[in-house]
Design a binder for this molecule. Structure first.
Ligand code: C2O
Length: 468
């Protein structure tokens, strides 16, 4: 994908089945045996400290983070059964996302509203473990703000030196120095509908559906960092079973966590679910003292008071855009087989706007209830009214509405999503499409390096046109 995005060279599609596994892909990833009952987690009372943007870390911050990851890696070698060590941490993530190659797994926390709070708790315990290993309880993770256009390369501390003398480096990472996340993967068109999501269900999912941050840039950055096809030997971040073996995982997820927090605080209408089922849902983790503890979603909602961290600002600060928090959503008639119809009045208005400069309004299509075949994994473009069979040929055209990124569970494939919601920024494309047709036939088309699942008619429940 990096080559395609940067040089315009189309790489041949390489199926994962034919590629070799890298050494660290776990067969079985359950952790060491744990007590039958977990102790309830107690609110943390350590001083509150910020997680800083990776670009703002000073030399001492980098040295401290490296010292902590060095200790985490050393523990994995000296005490492989210690649940706090580097590989055990990676396997904890594997266990909760479909398991290793033997498919044995714990609770699935991807593909639903558990995605945000579970990862918040996972990062919290990871951070506490890192701090305690070097006896620095004020140590906080750093975040990689890939949504800031100047920061689309892997942050330098994780890249250089490019060898095992750097505990933040990962030998099985695909992204290397000089690679930049492409605009289509993390640019404003992708970020705007996320930070402006009108409901938690859209950004963070429901009990049975995934939100658009998870299947958008979250998955996109994973797959970009850990190439799952042509560089299968460098797949760590690109597969859920190995992703958390790369220290970059934690900088990436801190940014996901920050975007969730930023969303909650950017409008009074942006609220977390109040459902008891969500708030009382409990997860279990090993803490920094090797205690098996249980933490509820309600415990992680207020990260500063209970988990003792905040987020330092990105530099330069990202300007908030399109601040209408409760936009109108117009249901569009139609279905996957016949396409969705643009009502005449809407079509007229859109057509009049075609060819004009990008209007200051954000127009999105929210597609609910998308289901993909079980072998879907990788990056798919959502395409309207085009026979294209390769996603690469439509990037940036009016027919290209955006993408869905599905991180495969293992190198054998599989994904966590039963049903998902996307909200795509179609501000510039929709007026062009409306000029040509009053109906939108939606297909999903794999990027060239994406695994399996052929282009096909998109299966969904409903489509809404949302204008701000
Ligand atoms: Cu648990 Cu980024 O995946």
């Amino acid at each position: 994908m990096r080559q395609i995005a940067q040089l315009g060279i189309a790489a041949g599609a390489v199926g994962l089945g034919s590629s070799r596994l890298h050494a660290s892909e776990p067969q079985h990833c359950a952790g060491p045996p744990h007590p039958n009952t977990a102790i309830p987690w107690k609110p943390d009372t350590h001083p509150i400290a910020p997680r800083l943007a990776a670009s703002t870390l000073g030399a001492a911050d980098v040295a401290r983070l490296r010292k902590a990851y060095a200790a985490l890696r050393a523990l994995a070698t000296s005490q492989p059964e210690d649940p706090r060590g580097w590989l055990q941490q990676g396997n904890k993530h594997c266990w909760n996302c479909g398991g290793g190659l033997d498919n044995q797994a714990g609770e699935e926390i991807h593909g639903s509203w558990l995605f945000f709070p579970w990862h918040r708790a996972f990062l919290y315990f990871h951070e506490r473990i890192l701090g305690s290993l070097i006896n620095e309880p004020s140590l906080r993770l750093a975040y990689w703000d890939w949504d800031t256009p100047a920061h689309r390369a892997v942050p330098d501390a994780w890249l250089t030196p490019h060898d095992s003398s750097n505990p933040l480096w990962d030998a099985t990472r695909g992204a290397v120095a000089g690679n930049q996340l492409p605009t289509w993967l993390v640019g404003p068109q992708v970020i705007n509908p996320i930070v402006n999501a009108p409901t938690f269900a859209t950004i963070g999912g429901t009990a049975t559906t995934a939100g658009n941050l998870e299947n958008g840039p979250h998955g996109g950055v994973h797959i970009w960092c850990g190439d799952t096809s042509s560089h299968a030997a460098k797949a760590d971040m690109g597969l859920l079973d190995t992703a958390a073996q790369d220290p970059l995982f934690f900088a990436h997820h801190a940014n996901i966590d920050r975007l969730w927090d930023q969303w909650v605080h950017s409008a009074s209408t942006h609220t977390n679910p109040t459902s008891r089922a969500w708030l009382t849902h409990a997860f279990t983790f090993w803490d920094e003292q090797k205690r098996w503890v249980s933490i509820r979603v309600a415990d992680v909602i207020n990260m500063s008071t209970s988990l003792r961290y905040t987020y330092g600002p990105p530099t330069p600060p990202t300007a908030p855009q399109f601040t209408e928090a409760s936009p109108q959503a117009l249901p569009l008639p139609g279905d996957p087989a016949h396409g969705v119809a643009l009502p005449d009045a809407v079509r007229k208005r859109l057509t009049a706007a075609a060819g004009q400069e990008r209007p200051p309004r954000l127009t999105t299509l929210r597609i609910d209830g998308i289901t993909l075949p079980p072998d879907a994994a990788g990056i798919y473009r959502i395409v309207a009214n085009s026979p294209a069979t390769s996603g690469d040929t439509v990037v940036g055209t009016p027919n290209d509405l955006g993408y869905i990124a599905i991180v495969p569970k293992t190198s054998k494939g599989g994904h966590a999503h039963r049903s998902l919601t996307v909200e795509l920024d179609v501000t510039t494309q929709l007026p062009q499409l409306a000029k040509e047709s009053g109906t939108l036939h939606l297909t999903y088309v794999p990027m060239a390096e994406t695994r399996a699942a052929k282009p096909n008619q998109l299966t969904y429940r409903s489509v809404h046109l949302v204008e701000r």
